[in-house]
Ligand binder design. Structure first.
Ligand SMILES: [Zn+2]
Length: 282
């Protein structure tokens, strides 16, 4: 796929006059064009964008893709992968599209899974190249507190309605020199995150510092602590899904970050399935 670089900026898109942002805008239409095309030809991959909404006079839409793997032993496990809630963290955004392409080519990697992918959770921020949405909000501080931000409300509906077994959020952190992750939700989470970090460390080192992003951490894992209002399962969800926030060092090589995200995601899919089948046989 040609999604490895950001060179495909859409020059024919909306003129910049209405935007306060000086830099050239990125286009979601260009970003996902190839994945949309693949979905048309593939029986396992579906394009299911969320409803359009208006923000400061401009219409935006959150893309969503569903990949259905071959049937496994039991019921399908439902995973949600969320990227780009911070619009300028492009490695995770591109990684989700690469993952879909890999799973399309090798569907056995997705055996037993329904995988819902939200590549760009903050479309205006992505187009503007900013962490914040066009409303000036950090959307990843707005969840489950009655936010009126349309992106947050739509994602909350998804998180409530789809009852995910696992929720993975992809981020990049410009203050970290290595990969790390937050383990939240189910007590299984640590056992899914550990091998994911190991797999991703082929591309980028793990941040072994005792404190990352102001939180105590161990071997690149921050457990049971994080910011308030981040994208995650509804507070009342029971049983708790596994919840992973995976972070790459934003200043590192962009392609390495993308590959690191993809390796982590594939590892999570492989290990969670194994953990669940072992647990069911006990
Ligand atoms: Zn982020």
């Amino acid at each position: 796929m040609n999604t490895t670089s950001l060179e495909s900026r859409d020059t024919q898109n909306t003129p910049l006059t209405s935007s306060p942002v000086k830099q050239q805008r990125l286009s979601i239409r260009s970003l996902i064009a190839e994945t949309l095309e693949l979905a048309l030809k593939n029986s396992r991959l579906f394009a299911q964008p969320l409803a359009p909404f208006t923000l400061h006079g401009e219409t935006f839409q959150l893309p969503r893709f569903l990949l259905v793997g071959p049937q496994g032993g039991g019921d399908y496990l439902r995973i949600g992968i969320f990227a780009g809630i911070h619009g300028d963290e492009t490695a995770g955004i591109l990684a989700t599209l690469h993952l879909l392409d890999e799973l399309r080519r090798q569907p056995e990697l997705a055996t037993g899974y329904e995988i819902f992918v939200y590549p760009v959770c903050n479309p205006s921020g992505y187009e503007d190249g900013t962490r914040w949405s066009r409303s000036g909000k950090d959307l990843n501080r707005e969840f489950w507190k009655g936010s009126r931000q349309p992106e947050v409300r739509q994602l909350e509906e998804e998180l409530k309605g789809l009852h995910f077994h696992g929720i993975i959020s992809l981020h990049s952190d410009d203050t970290s020199d290595g990969i790390y992750g937050f383990a939240r939700g189910s007590s299984l989470t640590r056992h899914v995150l550990e091998p994911a970090l190991a797999a991703a460390s082929v591309e980028l080192p793990i941040n072994h510092g005792p404190v990352i992003d102001n939180f105590e951490s161990e071997n690149g894992i921050i457990e049971r602590r994080c910011y308030q209002g981040i994208l995650g399962a509804p507070p009342e969800a029971h049983p708790r899904p596994f919840e992973i926030v995976f972070e790459t060092p934003q200043l590192a090589d962009h392609d390495k970050q993308i590959r690191s995200h993809v390796l982590a995601l594939k590892s999570i899919l492989a290990h969670y399935r194994t953990l669940i089948s072992v647990a069911q046989n006990i």
